[in-house]
Design a protein around this ligand. Structure first.
Ligand code: NAD
Length: 353
């Protein structure tokens, strides 16, 4: 069973819950716009389903509502910002607004954002940059229970460390490549577990390091009290990208890497290294646009592989999902809905709120 809900109604419902965590009305509204946008984009793992976790993190003191970025360094093309455990959907947007302004001014900006609470869908930030004609590259690490196994390893040692590249494509929709370095996002395993579904082979190992198709191994503790782990995409290559996210997103930003046993804290901290480039200032804008479009056309001329619905470019599936869900509504599974309702009750009963 699932709930079908229109985006506007979902926003209103979630805004009310987020406001109960202490967020000012403007913060709650911005946060909900971002979360529901993830639902609309088809990413049911980085959307309103995160609200119960955010509520727990606020109640534990690991997430600070109404907290923006603190500027640690601003030389123009270099920005170093502390997210101060504020809502990532807020600090991430603030940081990107600053980075975009600096890149327009100087041609480039390298922006380090450390210690934000969960940044959600990283593609949101790339979409902000490409809308201004900028190229943007993002490396992100995750400080939370380590759910992904290193290639050749038998337990979780790091997070789903996402990587994202946004490229404007002239007057066409942009290329937005936005992916977890795990074979699949952890949240998608929670959604599958909530629906009682099995997942494809090659995604997961169990608490003993053996391959499994049961998504529950990364959602609930197993018989020995331990969790299983997600595998990286592309074997050693995805593992290399995940480590690059930890080194650039975690170590270089100053946000920190994960190198300790798991704890039960519900906060999810993200640090993100962002590089922004203005092709106009680089002097290649005309060639860049011409070559990008010519390459995209060349790809689209490839005949459909048997049984496939043809070549798509990154960013396209999200835009298709948005058009569909804006019109027809968003399905939310019963377990996720019940968890959201329970978190609202928890806030009503908490002496902290
Ligand atoms: P995914 O596997 O659904 O998609 C990854 C990318 O592939 C997207 O850019 C998409 O446009 C593209 N794509 C999908 N199908 C395609 C096709 N047929 N042809 C060409 N391109 C195609 O994404 P995911 O790895 O499950 O990640 C989901 C979301 O989770 C992302 O938005 C990511 O930023 C987010 N995430 C966030 C965190 C965090 O800590 N904040 C951690 C992990 C993931």
């Amino acid at each position: 069973m699932s709930h079908l809900i229109q985006a506007t109604d979902l926003r209103q419902h979630i805004t009310r819950i987020i406001a109960m965590t202490g967020s000012a009305p403007a913060e709650a509204a911005k946060l909900d716009y971002n979360l529901v946008m993830a639902n609309l984009s088809g990413h049911d793992s980085h959307c309103v389903c995160m609200v119960p976790r955010y509520v727990d993190a606020v109640l534990e003191g690991g997430l600070s509502p109404n907290t923006g970025v603190k500027v640690l360094l601003d030389t123009g093309p270099l920005l170093n910002l502390d997210g101060q455990r504020g809502y990532g959907q807020i600090t991430g947007v603030q940081a990107m607004q600053m980075g975009i302004e600096r890149a327009k001014q100087h041609g480039v900006c390298t922006m380090a954002l450390s210690r934000s609470h969960h940044l959600g869908r990283i593609g949101h930030f790339a979409e902000m940059a490409v809308a201004q004609g900028l190229v943007s590259v993002h490396f992100v690490n995750v400080l939370s229970r380590p759910v992904v196994a290193p290639f050749g390893g038998g337990d979780g040692r790091f997070g789903t460390n996402p990587c994202c590249i946004g490229v404007p494509m002239g007057d066409r929709p942009p290329f937005v490549l936005d992916f977890a370095t795990s074979r699949v996002a952890q949240g998608k395993m929670r959604v599958a577990h909530n629906k009682g579904e099995q997942v494809s082979p090659g995604y997961l190992i169990d608490e003993h390091g053996h391959p499994t198709t049961n998504p529950g191994v990364v959602v609930v503790p197993q018989s020995n009290g331990l969790f299983g782990a997600l595998m990286t995409f592309g074997d050693h290559k995805g593992f290399g990208m995940a480590m690059a996210c930890e080194l650039l997103g975690g170590a270089l930003t100053g946000g920190g890497t994960w190198h300790r046993e798991a704890d039960n804290q519900r906060a999810v901290l993200n640090s993100m290294l962002t590089m922004l480039i203005d092709p106009v200032r680089l002097g290649t804008q005309a060639m860049f646009e011409q070559e990008s479009l010519a390459f995209a056309d060349w790809l689209r001329q490839s005949p459909d592989a048997p049984g496939s619905d043809g070549v798509k470019l990154a960013g396209e599936p999200e835009r298709t999902a948005r058009a569909d869900r804006e019109q027809n509504g968003i399905w939310i599974d019963d377990t996720t809905w019940a968890e959201i309702e329970a978190s609202e009750k928890k806030l009503q009963q908490s002496p902290k709120t």
